[in-house]
Design a protein around this ligand. Structure first.
Ligand code: ASP
Length: 341
């Protein structure tokens, strides 16, 4: 099976919005207030449910498992989301993330990832090649540079300087899929057929602080150099520790056009529940795409987690699922509610 549900039409590529990079530079950060009463969100007396983890797709289950273990072993929320999504990056069977990810139309596996913490520190890499764990490189960008995003050769050089190993990420299976695709060299997606995709993870830890991570090999057979929403803070991932967090999966161009994850967080700030906020953005995207020829292949899903530990998700079409882990119900997979069939 060479088809993959994600694709980009030439039209879409021609009009790809340059990612809206939300400013979260050091001088704009609101410092974390350690005096703030733990367990109670700002301006709200509701007890916070915590910890809670939410991740996209089936591969969210093992990712949540790993992240939960990390938290229980005393790791930070940041350690947890990093360790969580690394499980998908390392799994050769996950053809949409990290090692084993399906390549672009030149046969190159190119990776995008970002990470963000409760103090609005963030790091990101895009168009990174030959490094198995882009999420860890993104974390190093956050912790060791004054910047937020590194791309391509520069990102790789930085990773190598930080001690990451160069390795071939194109597995035999991925190469085979690529060769089959080359026979026709056309985008022909089948929505959700594989049911796995970008992994995004959101966490609220024991302190009631929010963290997020997102990592992907992006759309299979994309034009060499294409970067999607996943490494873009505000598009593929966003959080505001006073409000909530959100992340996206699906056609990155649609998420970038709407600054999707940042908007979900803003809607929660205005009082919407996580699910209502996700739904409103999916509806905005649908409105933009409903008369476009590429609507046929559009799938979009958002997950969100607010400061009270309440979670929600919404997607455009059936087939999207997400994994949630909390003390009460353990780790489970939930089908996303959707707008159209
Ligand atoms: N959002 C990712 C991208 O467009 C891929 C996906 O989640 O399907 O690169």
């Amino acid at each position: 099976m060479i088809d993959r549900r994600k694709f980009i039409t030439k039209t879409a590529l021609g009009t790809v919005a340059v990612g809206t990079l939300y400013s979260c530079v050091d001088n704009g950060i609101k410092p974390h207030d350690p005096q703030k009463k733990s367990g109670v969100a700002a301006g709200d007396d509701k007890p916070v449910k915590k910890p809670v983890l939410i991740s996209t797709w089936n591969h969210g289950l093992p990712a949540n498992e790993e992240a939960w273990k990390t938290l229980k072993n005393g790791g930070s929320g940041l350690d947890a989301v990093e360790a969580g999504v690394m499980t998908a990056e390392a799994d050769p069977k996950v053809s949409s993330v990290g090692y084993g990810g399906w390549p672009d139309r030149e046969g190159k596996v190119t990776l995008d990832a970002c990470i963000m913490d409760h103090q609005s520190n963030c790091g990101s890499v895009a168009f990174l090649q030959d490094i198995k764990h882009p999420i860890s490189v993104a974390r190093k960008v956050m912790e060791k540079t004054p910047h937020i995003m590194l791309v391509g050769e520069g990102a790789k050089q930085f990773a190598l300087e930080e001690g990451f190993k160069e390795e071939n990420l194109l597995t035999e299976d991925a190469e085979k899929a690529y060769r089959e695709w080359l026979e026709k060299s056309e985008y022909k997606p089948v929505i959700n057929i594989e049911n796995h995709d970008t992994i995004s993870m959101l966490a609220i830890d024991e302190n009631g602080d929010l963290y997020g991570a997102c990592t992907t090999s992006g759309a299979a057979w994309k034009v060499h150099g294409r970067v999607g929403d996943s490494p873009i803070i505000g598009a593929g991932l966003f959080l505001d520790n006073e409000v909530g967090s959100a992340a996206a999966t699906g056609l990155g161009e649609a998420v970038m056009r709407t600054s999707g994850s940042a908007m979900v967080v803003e809607l929660m700030r205005q009082g919407k529940s996580p699910m209502e906020a996700c739904k409103e953005i999916v509806e905005r995207i649908y409105k933009i795409y409903k008369n476009r020829p590429d609507l046929e292949y559009l799938q979009i899903g958002f997950i969100a987690l607010n400061k009270q530990g309440e979670y929600g998700a919404y997607c455009l079409r059936p087939g999207f699922n997400y994994a949630v882990y909390d003390e009460k119900d353990g780790n489970r997979l939930i089908d996303g509610e959707y707008k159209i069939s």
